[in-house]
Design a protein around this ligand. Structure first.
Ligand code: GRF
Length: 196
């Protein structure tokens, strides 16, 4: 079975990356995690990926003179690994238009809010502060507009009166781990149909 060669980009814990790796183990899952890339040398997720036999690479953005040089190195690596799609999973670097255009329609991101609400950071704090009754997560295609590309899948969770940001984040994260593998499967099936 043809599986879409997918890179997962992380900056930290990597729990969404782990969910993608777990899902990709199923024989009928349409994506294979070709590599895990981090911009942080100490990202916990890198150890998990390596321990699971996945190619790992660290590009410490601080070691590059500018954003373009960092992205060029990243792009060269991904192409050398025959990557066909990119899943951002807690990757905390903004990608430039130049990079995104080179992967048009092939980059997805998981964001902890019901987009278009709460783009950017501190989504759980903001939802609670607003008195929102419903919150959640979204997987979207990455375009030049930050957290603004077309949404592929969303999941809702209730916001409870007693919620702290951490409690709400944990409830959302459970849904992230459920829908991110589903969304990558959707993208993979679509791209494989285009290029069997
Ligand atoms: C997740 O909440 C994700 O939605 C956001 O960053 C967090 C990453 O968590 N983009 P993890 O590294 O996947 O555990």
């Amino acid at each position: 079975m043809r599986k879409l060669q997918t890179a997962v980009l992380i900056s930290g814990r990597g729990s969404n990356m782990m969910a993608l790796v777990e899902a990709s183990r199923a024989a009928d899952y349409p994506a294979e995690i070709a590599c895990v890339v981090s911009n942080k040398p100490d990202a916990k997720g890198v150890q998990f990926a390596a321990a699971n036999g996945i190619a790992t690479k660290v590009f410490d953005h601080k070691a590059f003179p500018n954003r373009e040089a960092f992205e060029q190195a990243l792009d060269n690596y991904l192409r050398s690994m025959k990557v066909e799609a990119i899943a951002l999973a807690g990757f905390m670097r903004v990608l430039t238009a130049g990079f995104i255009n080179g992967w048009d329609g092939r980059i997805i991101n998981i964001h902890p809010s019901l987009l278009p609400s709460y783009k950017g950071l501190h989504t759980h704090e903001r939802a609670i502060a607003d008195g929102a009754k419903v919150h959640g997560c979204s997987v979207h295609l990455v375009t030049q507009e930050l957290d603004g590309g077309p949404v592929l899948l969303q999941a809702e969770v209730p916001v409870l009166a007693v919620d702290t940001p951490d409690a709400l984040a944990a409830r959302v994260l459970t849904e992230e781990h459920r829908i991110y593998p589903q969304a990558l499967a959707l993208l993979s099936n679509r791209l494989i149909a285009e290029t069997p």
